[in-house]
Design a protein around this ligand. Sequence first.
Ligand code: UDP
Length: 348
Amino acid sequence: MDRGTKAAVLVTGGAGFIGAHTAKALYDRGYLPVVYDSLSSGFREAVRWGPLVHGDIRDARTLSDAMAEHDVKAVIHFAGLIEVGRSTVKPDLFWEHNVAGTVSLLGAMRERGVGRLVFSSSAAVYGQGGRGALETIPENAPKAPASPYGDTKLACEWMIEAQCRAYGLTGVALRYFNAAGADASGQIGEAHEPETHLIPLAIAAALGDGKPLTVFGADFDTPDGTCLRDYIHVSDLADAHVAALEADLPAGAYEAANVGTGQGASVLEVVEAVGRAVGRPVPHSIGPRRAGDPPSLVANPGRARELLGWGATRSSLDQIVADALRWESQPSYGAGVRGKRKASVPVR
Ligand code: UDP
């Protein structure tokens, strides 16, 4: 379809990792992604497929003006704080940015009559509950967040659901499992400051660009004692947002869907996959558990297929690691995050 005929979509946090990949997926589908970002953790260079509005998610006025100026028809909401560990020491900050920020966004949407929201939620809403390590998680599983970060995502979901019912908004919350990998073009990828995520840290360690990796706990009740996670390629995740935007749902509907593969990988399995891709083992040691980490988070992805017609197609661990390695070897922004890159690195 011709791009000119399709709507402007406000992408809050669109200069960040998942937001930038989603902006690209929107552009590829003919939408105009209007990125709204404070650039406090995102990168200007990651905004390539539409305009950037520089603003804070708690600033309802600037949000509302941006919606009017660009004739925004729908919002995909990523903006917020994401580090689970930090949320355990600064919970107030997480409530302010994630929950109060979403209050201000919803208010601006109501003011401008924007009726569709896709919300960036998280598997962190589930926590471990009473689930066994090998059980996958359906959407109706008990919600027992293990961190203030997870609390804020769950609080946002409740608030969005209530506003859908009250004001006729249509909302879809996507509960991500572990986003990883990078766009195949090499134009955009993962760049957090500081980087806390397993795959980039393991790659940096194997390339000799970063510190040896610390495995956070090997005494969990899982097959090899390390945490199990469901790694999902960021480009698959981006496609799920476009599918949620286009899902045939009535006004007032609210839905939540897991975005994962249904397959768990342990920290040590990731370490091995990175070692294979780089061609050198990942230097690592076993350390204590990290606060707020449940032993296992693996999706039951059935609802996303049913509701959105979506399923992962690029999310084998080897594909994720290969795409992440291509990016990590030659990042076009954010390289300062992990120091100077080696001139030649073995990319396979
Ligand atoms: N992890 C680790 N060492 C690190 C970073 C992460 O062992 O330096 C583990 C972490 O405990 C979790 C998994 O890797 O079990 C994925 O963590 P990440 O921070 O990438 O994502 P999260 O699960 O927190 O969303």
